[in-house]
Write a protein that binds this ligand. Structure first.
Ligand code: GUN
Ligand code: ZN
Length: 429
């Protein structure tokens, strides 16, 4: 066997692809990697006996998992994470828009893209779906960095043609033209996907939304990402801006921006009609719990999300979110659900951060699972990364009790290893 083959042995959690979330645990599981792809998953000793010439890496008690998938981030907001603010619109105007202006400089975009991937990878996130800024070069910078690192990644140019500062606006035509040129350059190149990206209805005219709806119809394999019903004031504003619309979701549907492959971030203040319409159509809801707590947006109904027919993903929403860590994000999802009377299990939380987000991105045949033919983007979790976590994990009766303290209290210190297409990378942050 060649040097492109390796057998990883450690604890494994192999999730079933469909809900309800459940996983097979093996305290000495094995993942056989060949040429960057998972070839087999099974018991470590069995795989070792079947492949005696393959080099073995034993991670001991470490838990081998698929890398986390962050289904909604704004990489250009890396440098303004954790900025004090009142409400969404105020926070956007005070911090976000001035920072996004800086991306007119491609060198700044390249610098932040590099910093963003350093931070995300150090936190065990191997795929993100990111917004760029209005500047096409912000998307080039993101994809160039992702490509150099061999990452699977999703991004798009943020389109806005009203209610934003002059330097951050495009037009219906330039949004269409620039997005199309970027899509042709990047979509399907290496491991990259282009996402058509109207920021949200308040910052796009009907003409712009429709131009992007046309582009999506012409390129249906692209994801489409936007924001939906994040704050009550925003929902009221949308009703004022679009008096003809039945509700917020209808502003997207009227423009051809509702469909499979659509990623609708936040989705907190949805009406029953919007829930059932999204279920019929199969667009994905993306839960951003640290952001929703940080900006005071509200409590997403994950109980309803998990029993609804559409995909549901999990995301940091950096920098509205207050952490790069999907562990911290799972902890926040747990707390938000608790406040609505639903205790999410450790299995559900891990499922959301891997398979759930992969399904939302329609990449669930490639990433998010320990299974043959999946790309070997993997992490190893240390379940004793701090004294507080270690002493709780030592009392655990099973893997779920052992992993839950890391979900609730873990951060980048819990990420012992990160692998991209099987290759170990040096975590840096
Ligand atoms: N709604 C529109 N743009 C944004 C953004 O950048 N962050 C968040 N959290 N919500 C938004
Ligand atoms: Zn967002």
């Amino acid at each position: 066997m060649g040097k492109n083959t390796e057998l990883l042995i450690g604890q494994t959690l192999v999730f079933a692809p469909k809900l309800p979330a459940r996983a097979e645990h093996d305290s000495r599981g094995g993942v056989l990697i060949r040429d960057g792809v998972i070839e087999a998953v099974g018991h470590g000793e069995t795989l070792k006996a079947a492949h005696p010439d393959v080099p073995v890496t034993d991670v001991g008690d470490g838990v081998i998992l698929p890398g986390f998938i962050d289904a909604h981030v704004h990489y250009p907001q890396t440098a303004i994470i954790a900025s004090w603010g009142k409400r969404l619109i105020d926070w956007l105007n005070t911090y976000t828009f001035p920072e996004e202006m800086k991306f007119a400089d491609p060198a700044y975009a390249a610098q932040i893209a590099c910093r963003f991937f350093d931070l995300s990878l150090a936190h065990g996130t191997t795929t993100v779906a990111s917004y760029g800024t209005v500047h096409a070069a912000s998307v080039d910078a993101f994809f160039e960095e992702a490509s150099a690192r061999g990452l699977r990644a999703v991004a798009g140019k943020t389109c806005m043609d009203r209610n934003a500062p002059d330097g951050l606006m495009d037009t219906p035509q330039s949004a269409y033209d620039d997005s199309r040129a970027l899509l042709e350059r990047w979509h399907g190149h290496d491991r990259l996907s282009y996402a058509i990206t109207p920021r949200f209805s308040p910052t796009s005219t009907r003409d712009q939304l429709s131009a992007l709806g046309t582009l999506w119809t012409e390129n249906p394999t692209c994801p489409m990402q936007t924001h939906l019903a994040e704050q009550t004031d925003e929902v009221v504003w949308v009703a004022e801006l679009f008096p003809e619309a039945r509700d917020y979701l209808d502003t997207y549907e009227a423009a051809g921006l509702l469909g499979v492959g659509g990623l609708y971030g936040h989705a907190i203040h949805l009406t029953d009609r919007e829930w059932s319409r999204m279920g019929e159509v199969g667009g994905a809801l993306v839960h951003c719990p640290t952001s929703n707590a940080f900006i005071g947006s509200g409590l997403f109904d994950m109980d309803r999300g998990l029993s609804a027919p559409m995909p549901v993903g999990l995301a940091t929403d950096t920098g509205g979110g207050s952490s790069f860590s999907m562990l911290r994000t799972m902890a926040s999802a747990y707390e938000v659900a608790q406040l609505r009377g639903r205790a999410l299990s450790a299995a559900e939380l891990l499922w959301l951060a891997t398979i759930g987000s992969a399904q939302a991105l329609r990449l669930d045949d490639k990433i998010g699972r320990l299974a043959p033919e999946y790309e070997a983007d993997l992490i190893v979790l240390n379940l004793a990364s701090t004294p507080a976590i270690a002493q709780r994990a030592a009392q655990a009766n099973d893997i779920w009790e052992a992993i839950f303290p890391t979900i609730m209290m873990g951060d980048d210190r819990a990420i012992a290893e990160v692998r991209i297409m099987g290759q170990r990378i040096a975590p840096q942050g």
